[in-house]
Design a protein around this ligand. Structure first.
Ligand code: HEC
Length: 102
């Protein structure tokens, strides 16, 4: 179930690595593509058991994802998802989602 988003992320990272002049890390928008399968494109989803991410305040996003990653917040899926991201990547995604209008 997680392989598709992880593959998408691997693809995004490969793109960045393949372009010498590009930024050294994937942008928040690229990283956020991995979340679209469940949370909607750009974190926009209207009808859902999955919460929208668009417009979530950056601090709340980083805290929630860190809690999932460290196991402080229980989850069915997000603990595994969150383990795949460094603090820098979470900050990049936070900035992206906060900039998207819900
Ligand atoms: C396979 C489906 C799936 C994918 C992919 C996924 N999520 Fe989630 N997400 C969930 C589920 C389900 C929950 C509810 C908590 C739980 O049970 O894990 C959740 C909850 C969350 C929450 C908490 C929302 C709130 O209002 O408290 C955040 C933040 C979040 N996800 C961020 C992300 C981000 C960022 C990504 C991409 C890196 C992502 N998710 C990818 C399924 C997914």
């Amino acid at each position: 179930m997680l392989s598709r988003p992880l593959l998408a992320l691997a693809g995004a990272l490969a793109l960045v690595v393949g372009t010498a002049s590009a930024a050294p890390i994937a942008t928040g928008e690229m990283l956020a593509n991995s979340c679209a399968g469940c949370h909607g494109t750009n974190g926009r989803i209207s009808n859902s058991a999955f919460m929208p991410l668009a417009g979530m305040p950056q601090e709340q996003f980083v805290r929630t994802m860190t809690d999932f990653r460290e196991g402080r917040r229980s989850s069915t899926l997000m603990g595994h998802v969150a383990k795949g991201y460094s603090d820098e990547e979470l900050k990049a995604m936070a900035a992206f989602f906060a900039s998207v209008k819900p």
